[in-house]
Design a protein. Structure first.
Length: 146
């Protein structure tokens, strides 16, 4: 497990960019943390690293936003889901097992649907703008395993 701390929104976005450089197409990233923990800011950095230069917003009311970059980013927010069927109805497998990187905010709500090799990022608010990020299962390899 890797652990990181950030002291500002800018540092959280920069951490996302560094982590995003390590992600390969097909990766699913499970983001867990309370309201205001920084999941969307981290997602913004990851999307930047994958070549998206537009605005990244939490897809709370739309369930999924798609960002086209060098690698597509599928950004889910499961906060308002009542059960797994809500996600199953939109064909989540197409995204989870697709050619892009999938980011899942509030991933603990759908833990039974996440691929076994998902990257898990748990975010803890320590106080003020201070955040601690615990990262599990992040692979440091290229798509070809080089």
């Amino acid at each position: 497990m890797l652990s990181f701390k950030t002291k500002s929104v800018g540092e959280t976005i920069a951490l996302g960019e560094e982590l995003g450089k390590k992600l390969i197409p097909g990766a699913v990233v499970a983001l867990n943390g309370g309201l205001g923990a920084g999941k969307t800011y981290l997602s913004k950095g990851i999307a930047r690293a994958l070549g998206f230069s537009g605005e990244v917003k939490s897809p709370t009311f739309t369930l999924i936003n798609i960002y086209e970059g060098r690698v597509p980013v599928y950004h889910f927010d499961c906060y308002r889901l009542k059960n797994n069927a809500d996600l199953e109805n939109i064909g989540y497998e197409e995204y989870f097992y697709g050619k892009g990187v999938t980011l899942v905010e509030w991933a603990e709500k759908i833990s039974g649907l996440l691929p076994e090799n998902s990257v898990y990022i748990d975010i803890k608010t320590i106080g003020g703008n201070l955040r601690e990020f615990s990262v599990r299962n992040l692979k440091f390899s290229s798509p070809k395993g080089e």
